[in-house]
Design a protein around this ligand. Structure first.
Ligand code: SF4
Ligand code: FES
Length: 247
């Protein structure tokens, strides 16, 4: 395949950026999207040009690093991560537009790389349980109803990629936050800190400049892990209880 790539290039956080156009030949439909970018970078380096900076780590859909807007959609046209998107989703002659996440709380560092450390700070403000150290407790000493264990597991699949924020017109991280609150709030181990957790994480969310949720639902549509929208209801329910009980 031969593609025309329109890519956001920005030298640094404080520099102005612009879209640049590249022509790339020899793209196989079996390549992943990131392998296609690797091919482009080989071409750029061979020509003595600066390669395009982009994030990736596991390339297996696990780490959440590969954050790209592709043709205006977070992670591109399939419900998957950018690293798991394959070039068979495009056809010969296509023009593909590639931009970084666009959100005030995820500032661009260089080209397609954004700073998502705001998510780390939200997690540091309650996305954990406190547990005594020592040997692991006996597995059946704290029974967990099957449906609660299943729901907790399903939402624990959130990889913190930030696609929900990039897709939201308000730049809200409510889906991410709802996933973390629900994951811990469904389990007995998450109960002691349940309401201080939600207050603290929401305060950090707002402090980082993420917007409020207005129930548009673009976040859930863009999520590569199919986190359901109702985790935001759980988030709001827990927050109301936290406020009414003085947490
Ligand atoms: S909720 Fe989905 S889109 Fe948002 S950070 Fe988690 S995995 Fe990514
Ligand atoms: S590189 Fe890890 S999820 Fe894509």
């Amino acid at each position: 395949m031969k593609l025309t790539l329109k890519i956001w290039r920005q030298a640094g956080a404080n520099d102005a950026g612009a879209m640049h156009t590249y022509s790339l030949d020899g793209v196989s439909e079996d390549m992943s999207f990131l392998e296609m970018l690797d091919l482009l970078n080989e071409q750029l380096v061979t020509n003595g040009e600066e390669p395009v900076a982009f994030d990736s780590d596991c390339r297996e859909g696990i780490c959440g690093m590969c954050s790209l807007m592709i043709n205006g959609q977070a992670h591109g046209p399939e419900v998957t991560t950018t690293c798991q998107l394959h070039m068979r989703s495009f056809k010969d002659g296509d023009t593909v537009t590639i931009e970084p996440w666009r959100a005030a709380s995820f500032p661009v560092i260089k080209d397609l790389v954004v700073d998502r450390s705001a998510f780390d700070r939200i997690i540091q403000n309650g996305g954990y349980i406190s547990a005594n150290t020592g040997s692991a407790p006996e597995a059946n000493s704290v029974p967990v109803p099957r449906e609660k264990a299943q729901r907790s597991f399903n939402v624990a699949t959130c990889i913190g990629c930030g696609a929900c924020v990039a897709a939201c017109p308000n730049g809200s991280a409510s889906l991410f936050l709802g996933a973390k609150i629900t994951h811990l709030g469904e389990l007995p181990q998450g109960q002691p800190e349940r309401y201080t957790r939600v207050s603290s994480m929401v305060a950090q969310h707002d402090h980082e400049g993420f917007g409020g949720c207005t129930n548009i639902g673009e976040c859930a549509a863009a999520c590569p892990k199919e986190i359901p929208l109702d985790v935001i209801s759980q988030l709001n329910k827990d927050l109301r209880k936290a406020i009414s009980t003085g947490h």
